[in-house]
Design a protein around this ligand. Sequence first.
Ligand code: PBG
Length: 303
Amino acid sequence: MVAETGLSCNDLVQPIFVDERISEPKAIDAMPGQFRLSLESVAAEAQVLEDLGLSAVLLFGLPAQKDEMGSAAYDPQGIIQKAVAAIKETTNLIVITDLCLCEYTSHGHCGLVKGEKILNDETLPILGETAVSHALAGADIVAPSGMMDHMVQAIRTALDLDGYTDTPILSYSAKYASTFYGPFREAAESGFAWGDRKGYQMNPANFSEALWEVQLDIEEGADMVMVKPAMPYLDVLRAVKDMFAMPTAAYQVSGEYSMIAAAAARGWLDERAAFMESLTCIKRAGADMIITYWAKEYARLGL
Ligand code: PBG
């Protein structure tokens, strides 16, 4: 009766990795209990998630071919576009698509590059085109995660021009250059060939800059904003929610998942208690929605 925070399936978003090159689910070593799915299996899995009571998924695509331009990202017949269509055909789930080039570029960066320089502005039209291809495939929400400056404005403009005025943007507004993304690099094969992401993602030491990043995204037309990772950045999450009163998402990232899963596998932590506590605390800190690899597990508990 005195609990100030409760969790429900409606708060949680399950990430799904769809791999164009496989024909059956493949375990992700660095994330025990998580799998990459084939296009053939994705609709069935989505159905299971819906039946368990979840309402939203976040899709990541692993294309068969990568190139300098990340052109598979905006291919109308690309893996993500096909996966969205397959899920929308069989379920009523809200399908959110990750909108970034890093899974599609041969160098693994989130934007186009020249030498070892990221070409921010040249990347923007590609993000716009990718957003339109996702919306055309049936995506309900697009979620740009590349931290390119002015990506929200470019995507909003592109969507509106093509008539997708009602497709909302969930922007990864305050995304830190975090070591906790480590296991995701295996999951999505989005490791970079050289350099790092510190030129476009945020310095973990910074707080005020996060507020500025969020404000810019809102001004550019973001409908929902995100803080990522979650647990090391709960102060930022609280401030973003209080200051902007926007629908606010937190991403409990791969490293946050794997740390608990690994400790649990050794008997050092109770996995269920640990993820329940972490999710409750992320919600308490201001998240309206939490992207978590435990969404399915949570739903299975039938709470
Ligand atoms: C791609 C992207 C990343 C994650 C989500 N989208 C990796 C990165 O930015 O390096 C990380 C998710 C996770 O670790 O679970 N831009």
